[in-house]
Design a protein around this ligand. Sequence first.
Ligand code: CO
Length: 409
Amino acid sequence: MLLGMSREGKCEGGSAAERLFAGLRSGDARALARAASLVEDRAAEAGELLALCQAAVADGERALRIGITGPPGAGKSTLMNALSREFAGRGQRVGIVAVDPSSAFTGGAILGDRIRLAETDAVYMRSMATRGHLGGLAAATRDVLTVIEASGRDVLLIETTGVGQGEIEVVRLADVVAVVLVPGMGDGVQALKAGVLEIADVYVLNKADREGIDRLEQEMQAMLGLGSATDTRPVLRTVATTGEGVAALAEALENAPRRTMPGLLSGLPLQQTPVLDHLGIAVESIEAALALYGALGVPLLGTETIAQEQVRVAMLGLGLGPRTSRIELLEPTEADSAVGRFLAKRGPGLHHIALRVKDLADVMAQLTSHGVRLVTDEIQTGAGGHRYVFIHPSSANGVLMELVEEARG
Ligand code: CO
């Protein structure tokens, strides 16, 4: 629906959504604020408005989305203010979205710095309510970001406390994530969800003029195993109130590898992109089918009988390394089995494709929220202990699609 908009009927005035869109594109801050509210509230015009914004973003340069997270009191708002000034000083236009309930910017400051962020033509700010979003906080934030991005922004800053699960999902919308820590937090570091610390691309030690900064850095290095040959994530010191270290931080954020793909609207981290695990081919006889693969030089990794599926399988290896994939030959042990019936009806051939995912439960939740039909609602466990589930062909363009979870450890 969203993408199938008609271009007809665009007259002088246009629809309410079109007028608002034209306003925000021309730099009208009030039109932008109103558009963001409509989208956040899922108002009647929101779908059309969002489609216009998505098309504009897809056509143009994508903004750099920077997630700033860390516990309350870490000085995130002051840091965002300093960063936005830094970027604006370089002639870039900045959008800020704060989903931190304690943020100075949202007005509910408890521990945070009570500095109001200075809004200018180059900097647009918006706070999000953390509750009451149909479809979740992350989805609402993603849509608001799209609207702000469509108003011609080079940089989007997203502030969260990174404490609740919803906020972690928000952090995943960013291309690059900075986790902000300060000396004297005590248990504060432990209070952050482990996932938040891991998601960081850049660590910021703010309030670096305070006592205990060296100890904080040492503790962090020890806890995260930073500084190893394989982990080259920068740890930077800043004093947001004076602007010290902010230029270097801006540079590090710009240079960090982006974790999301351009135009990827789901905001799924690149590291979680599924890969092809195997292709399942139904055969009458594994032994007869193996001749071809022998001739091709594709090695047989093993065969096994899976009683619960009434099938015998042979796995053939394609390539080596972490992105290896396989061919799975499926030979029914009973005529009246899923593969047996497939053979009887359609003859030998491609039976299913299997994608390998990082976190199967996470992916299933995403799929269910998108109305995708699964063959079983429960995760199945295979003979080797691997976890898998099938997506129904009616939800996968007529293809039976298996999702296999990457082995852990
Ligand atoms: Co399979």
